[in-house]
Design a protein around this ligand. Sequence first.
Ligand SMILES: Nc1ncnc2c1ncn2[C@@H]1O[C@H](COP(=O)(O)OP(=O)(O)OP(=O)(O)O)[C@@H](O)[C@H]1O
Length: 303
Amino acid sequence: MELQIRNLSKTYSNGVQALKNVNLTIPSGMFGLLGPNGAGKSSLMRTIATLQEADSGSITLGELDVLKEKKEVRKVLGYLPQEFGVYPKVTAEELLDHMAVLKGILHKKERHAVVAALLQQTNLYEVRKKNLGGYSGGMKQRFGIAQALLGDPKIIIVDEPTAGLDPAERNRFHNLLCEIGEDRVVILSTHIVSDVSDLCSQMAIINKGEVLLTGDPLRVMNDLNGKIWKKMIGKEELMEYQLQYNVISSRLFAGKTLIHIYSDQRPDYSFEMVQPGLEDVYFSQITAAAAAPGMNEVLKAMS
Ligand SMILES: Nc1ncnc2c1ncn2[C@@H]1O[C@H](COP(=O)(O)OP(=O)(O)OP(=O)(O)O)[C@@H](O)[C@H]1O
């Protein structure tokens, strides 16, 4: 099963162009869709999940035309939206059972077995009688995966699922995603780079509605070998370095500022080469897209 997105565009009525001629081929396994806030990730996820219309373009899942055969798509699709609300005064078991009815699992015995198996798989069986209002963020997200798995879908979409989870819960959630991603299409939309580097065998970076890069995370990191350099500077020096070099990221480290720059050659001996990480790929793509032609010149002229 493969999801193919061709020339997909969407402009909202307020004039925001959320998707600009998006082309993606998404095979089975975990696919990471990485981009900053407002990049268009949710717009794309909702369109694939048949919840909103595109202006032009096509999406196919195997033989299915996703934009036209919505009912058929919904039968094979599981979706965990960004804002996943639960009824606080209902238990996990009750709500999952109710959702299973909505998904068309009408036979009582069969439904009980499915619900129990999903609660086991998501490690919620022990707390199945607890009201969802008392669940932690991680437990709620695991419940979200349990409901997305109802009906054994061929494609699962999870929209920014790890935001707000503590490291232990995030880890547990990652393991669960990994397990379910073995024999179906799982699309993980996130702005957290390590979600993608930890889990995904294929990825795309999206910004301002445009796909900037697609590929295998290891390969795209290798492509930057020998081109990323680091240096510790004082934080008051940052602007100067930004003017002189292609600074792709800066962060505080032990009270100083650690910068990474993109350069085909070592700029000078005060810089040290670093093994590129996915963050370097991400920031080099985003900064290159942000730097409209001549931006450095404009900055220089202003200083
Ligand atoms: N229903 C809507 N009406 C008008 N504009 C919208 C609507 N939904 C999203 N947008 C705009 O479209 C752009 C893309 O939004 P989208 O939510 O798809 O991005 P995102 O990558 O999911 O970001 P976030 O991580 O913040 O959710 C943004 O500029 C957003 O303000």
